[in-house]
Design a protein around this ligand. Sequence first.
Ligand code: MTE
Ligand code: MO
Length: 426
Amino acid sequence: MTKVRNPSPSIPTSRSRRRLLGGLAASGLIAARRAGAASATLQPLDVAPWSRTPGAPILEHPYGLPSSHESDVVRRSARTWPLPGSASSMTPLADLYGTITSNGLVYERHHGGVPDIDPDQHRLVLHGLVREPKLFTMDDLVRLPSESRIHFIECSGNTGSEWNGPSGQPVQLTHGLLSCCEWTGVRLSTLLEEVGGLSTSNGGRGGWMLVEGADAAAMTRSLPLERILDRALVVYAQNGERLRPENGYPLRLIVPGFEGNTNVKWLRRLKFVDAPLQTREETSKYTSLMANGTARQFAFEMDAKSVITKPSPGHRLTAQGYYPVTGLAWSGRGAIRKVEVSTDAGATWQLARLDGTPRDRALTRFSADWLWQGAPAVILSRATDSTGYVQPTREALVAARGLNSQYHYNAIQQWRIDASGEVRNA
Ligand SMILES: Nc1nc2c(c(=O)[nH]1)N[C@H]1C(S)=C(S)[C@@H](COP(=O)(O)O)O[C@H]1N2
Ligand SMILES: [Mo]
């Protein structure tokens, strides 16, 4: 690993910072890091071939592309899908930096393929229990007051591979149904104002909203209004440009913190109702079968979770010495309060540094210092969110939910490192 900066000033308290700096010096971590960084012999820089001739002309790629040397940083599928149109692809988490997922790498999950929608013909209808039902064109929507906010989306099936123990898969295939973007659009509450508000006298309390997509799957979900009205957005842009076709162009719903499928893409209809409609996607699918045979329905929020992305399976520690341990943490119920990292299979934990101030229902980047002594090790991370909820062990999660449920797996993830430095999901 290359250049390492000083511990960031975002460590929670000055006491823990002093403790960490003291710990760094005492353990020789700083010396170890410097030893690692000084591996190249100091000599004058060569003038490389690419410095001797002019480079490629401007506008060779009117829409920019990554370096050809980064061609393996792509979305991948964990398996082949038997039905045409129903598939998912996963974000290469181990190769990403910071917390924003670039648009070409945002994971995809669709039940009926990616429709090719003409934005000029696309309409959004708001109807049901509203005073003045209304059709909106894309132009109508873009002219309304807008807001940009950073939020993750995670498929409720993410990490389902680990219910029965370590799957052997790399982090892209275990945790890659997860992305984080800056979304721009109109607040759901603004749209409700545009239709004169709800026509019922209860002021929206207890009210539900049916959300429908314009794809061949016509994805439909019922959502409890009271729990989403303060934050749901109807968005037309992600990371500064219009939505990508695979992520819902020209319009989608973003329900911060709720399971992926509620973020209905290719959005065409919002129907205000007084009870959930029990659609296929909330009865046959996206319910969790418990050990006692009952099913958990409408488990909307994605619980707090974290994962180490570097080092992770597929990486190899090449020499003993300093390694930064970094990863991502998030919660569908608020902001991340702290992340702890263990490099001894959970016997001891250290407080990780968090980049910046953790945002509400967004990815948070964490990192911790580690001096690898060359012995086999097990590394883990554990997130705590602003509600005080602590990410559970797999044993605790299985004890609470049994082994029949496919969705909402958020247990602590361990990576095993053997004496050769190879990192495995074992
Ligand atoms: N219309 C529609 N919306 C949809 C889906 C779909 O198949 N059709 N898939 C859902 C599921 S299961 C997830 S996890 C998210 C995925 O969003 P993304 O593809 O932008 O990552 O979209 C949701 N919205
Ligand atoms: Mo999903």
